[in-house]
Write a protein that binds this ligand. Sequence first.
Ligand SMILES: [Zn+2]
Length: 512
Amino acid sequence: MAPATLLLKGGTLIDGTGAPRRNGDLLIAAGRIAAMGAAETAGTVVDCTGLVISPGFIDSHSHSDLQVMENLPEKIRQGVTTEVVGNCGFSAYPARADRKALHEFANGIFRGDDGWGWTSAAEYLGEVERRTRFASVVSLVGHGSLRIAAAGPKLGALSEREQDTMEGCLEDALTGGAAGFSTGLMYAPGSSAPSEELERCCRVVARHGKTYATHIRGYSFHLEEAIEEQLDLTRKSGCRLQISHFQTVGRMNWDRQQHALERIERARAEGIDVEFDCYPYVAGSTVATQLLPQWTLDGGMEALLARLADTAQRESIASETIAGLPHRWEDVVISAVGSSRNEAVVGRNVQQIAEMRSNEPVEALMDLIAEEQGAVNIISFNQSEDNLRQSLCHPLSSVISDGFYVHGRPHPRLYGTFPRLLGTVCREKKWMPLEEAVHKVTMKPAERFHIDRRGVLKEGFAADIVVFDPETVDSPATFDNPQVYPEGIYAVLRNGEAVWKSEVWRGLSPER
Ligand SMILES: [Zn+2]
């Protein structure tokens, strides 16, 4: 049985608001924060001298839509007690009777199979409620998933009837418990949606007072136009806007970032409720089909494979892929493949693979996608360190993992985002004070997504707590060796219950 009360004694309280740290006790009773400052109790007492006590972290951009139900260790060991899923247009609902198109669309991001069976937001959230122990789950409904439910995987403008069906599904998801709406405007079929379609969806979101999070149409050559489109949608519809994983992709685009941020700042000054988020790494991670022109996915994976097999179409795919590439081929590393026969390419960049195969890089990439029937994931080294620092430290940014599970080598952010922020970013690089970093992963995202009574150390709030050592906290996970757990995270409590305890914590706690 859980103790009647738990007193975390003599710790350093960082409360999530951004206020300076102070020394004090924190008393937990019945799953909530009962008192702060100096407290007396008859229950369990843990001496937290030298340790930081902060709110549980909120990962406000996660792709663990399916994995949250498996209670896996990667997030809880970083101190994450709330996950916002359903990002970049991918949600695990709504689904029609024929689920093939939805699974084909989303499984590359979800590492899913065919075994997920709910149809609506309410059913998905019910399943999460029954199965998830480590995190509170907040879900956005994805535009790609909605569009597939309304019209299948086709590209281009929807008919009036399809648009109505989609808006009806969106309405249903928002009343069924979804916290907002997301788009993934670089992923087919969502990428083919005209602005008018999105504007109509945003009006529904605004009516419900919820949040719109967007993976914009481009982060490289057209970053500023892509941001402007989203600001304009928000201006017209009145919804709250969150620009997802803000960054400037590709070295030839790095000087665009300043202008892009200025646009966001001007929109704020004009009264638009816009903020953004970013992850603390210079490399990003996605599916390899992202490198191809998205019209190639019109009609789904079978249609793409047929196009790659057709000599004339393959030539135009190759030239458009090269023209659209903001990187060098050395900057793109294969992180996972669907089958075992191509395991040798995992961890190598596309240039190296081309050399292994005595072929051009673009040909090697297209061959690999065809051999694996699309099941190829990449990590690409997108950003400059200066730009990363600027976006992480910007007063409008939250910090996210954007982590997802793959069959192969994941991006290290899946294992290390939050401890890396506290250790490498704050303690080593000194890019921002610890109080500010904690704010960016607690109260700030709680406000963006209207997460009630979490994200701040305050009497009456849920006792979602992380206890960590500010001198040692960090993530040893690297791109070559990403599957390593963090250091310095001693205990993680969700609703007052210790769901992760380190050896150090077991030594400190009389409960064991
Ligand atoms: Zn995204």
